[in-house]
Design a binder for this molecule. Structure first.
Ligand code: SF4
Length: 419
């Protein structure tokens, strides 16, 4: 029968979990595997042992924000220090941004720490210290909490039967159901969310979601999935496709692979047998990072205690690396020669210290490359030893002299540590 106008066709059976018995079996296998092989992680322990729902939600929330774009192994140490320092929302709400930045230093994507703290303040001042109790409310009321984080907090700490979709889940679902359409496109993402919500185990939603993500992180990995050890291999249609050399025989399969199925690979990029299951998911086109150059000057002086001291200044409170400290720096226009770069830096330092600086006294030290999420940044590093003190224009930006040890304990980015 013809479909009503404007309504998209339902997805073909190849891409669906249409059989309730199969869904039950998949949940059971995945959870049994998780119970046996899950990694011991501090936030998992807290989510089980903490009796207070607000504290549980807070503990999961902090872990989820830290884990965004960051490896588990890197996060553990930061997480433990954070929870020791601020075990509750109330404690975090009372912290200063400077303290948050100091603890976050080196973890990257610094606005995460700042937003977490702002949201904690909001919960304390506007919600009487009570964390919202559903995924919908968490997403609506907490700044910095998107659909994924809200689903993770609600399923793991409250047991709400709601699914989650992150990079790991996308990969696993696309392979289980041969989804080769661009997973960053809104209709495909909507399908994946619908699938995750339908699949999530009703009695152990938090464990199920973590199991699906853990499977993606440890077994169904991007380049070399360990299909032989996979607990849900019986349910995987990408694997079947690889073994059979053709699409698996499920009803309606003729709907797929002919170019007009919205979930199949595009006709121009058909199945490549040399890739096997890694045909799925389809790689999203990567945006090229912006290329930028910055001149940075390490000003040094002999401090009163005899040790060398370095001058650091604070970045503005918004934008990239907001509120962090750095060596005085100035962005460079593209294509400048080294002499011109020196002059730009000299003018910057002169305006700011009020001292005459001879461009020739700036010693070139080398270049440091640091790749931020979307910027390929090269720091052209100079040093300038000073005798005596300089009076700084305090109105322009906060600054201080620090020893090397103090520098390492300050809220400075990984890029500046490299410098
Ligand atoms: Fe991933 Fe292989 Fe398991 Fe399929 S069988 S879900 S491709 S690890």
């Amino acid at each position: 029968a013809a479909l009503p106008a404007g309504r998209p066709a339902p997805p073909a059976a190849l891409h669906l979990f249409g059989d309730p018995a199969e869904v039950e079996a998949l949940r059971g296998r995945l959870l049994a595997w998780y119970d046996q092989s899950k990694r011991d992680l501090p936030w998992r322990a807290l989510a089980v042992t903490e009796l207070d729902a607000n504290r549980r939600a807070y503990a999961v929330w902090v872990s989820e924000i830290m884990l965004q774009q960051t490896q588990v192994a890197t996060v553990i140490d930061y997480y433990n220090r954070w929870m020791q320092k601020w075990p509750t929302l109330q404690a975090l709400a009372e912290a200063s941004l400077e303290e948050v930045n100091e603890l976050w230093a080196g973890l990257g994507y610094y606005s995460r720490g700042k937003r977490l703290q702002e949201a904690a303040r909001k919960v304390v001042s506007e919600l009487a210290g009570q964390m919202p109790r559903t995924a919908e409310e968490l997403q609506k009321l907490l700044p910095g909490v998107g659909r994924y984080t809200a689903g993770a907090i609600a399923s793991i700490s409250y047991g709400q039967a709601t699914g989650v979709v992150d990079g790991n889940v996308i990969r696993v679902l696309c392979r289980l159901r041969c989804i080769g359409a661009d997973p960053s496109s809104p209709p495909v993402i909507d399908r994946l969310w619908a699938m995750a919500n339908a699949l999530v185990d009703r009695s152990r939603p938090g464990d199920f979601n973590q199991a699906l993500m853990e499977l993606g992180a440890t077994v169904c990995t991007p380049k070399a999935p360990l299909c032989g050890e996979c607990p849900v291999k019986q349910h995987c249609r990408a694997r079947l496709r690889k073994l059979l050399g053709k699409l698996p025989p499920v009803p309606d399969v003729e709907d797929c692979g002919v170019g007009d199925c919205p979930l199949c690979p595009p006709a121009a990029e058909p199945w490549d047998s040399s890739l096997g299951v890694t045909n799925f998911p389809r790689k999203a086109a990567k945006k090229q990072p912006r290329v930028e150059q910055t001149a940075t000057c390490v000003l040094e002086r002999k401090g009163c205690r005899g040790a060398l001291e370095y001058l650091i200044v604070q970045r503005p409170s918004s934008g990239l690396l907001a509120g962090l400290w750095e060596f005085p720096s100035v962005p460079l226009a593209p294509g400048l020669q080294q002499e011109q770069q020196r002059e730009v830096l000299r003018d910057h330092l002169q305006a700011w210290t009020g001292l005459p600086v001879a461009a020739g006294s700036l010693r070139f030290m080398g270049e440091v490359v640091h790749v931020f999420s979307h910027i390929h940044q090269t720091y052209v590093v100079y040093s300038l030893p000073l005798d005596g003190d300089v009076t700084l224009d305090l109105a322009s930006s906060p600054s201080r002299w620090v020893t090397e040890e103090e520098f390492r304990a300050s809220a400075v980015s990984t890029a500046m540590k490299k410098v």
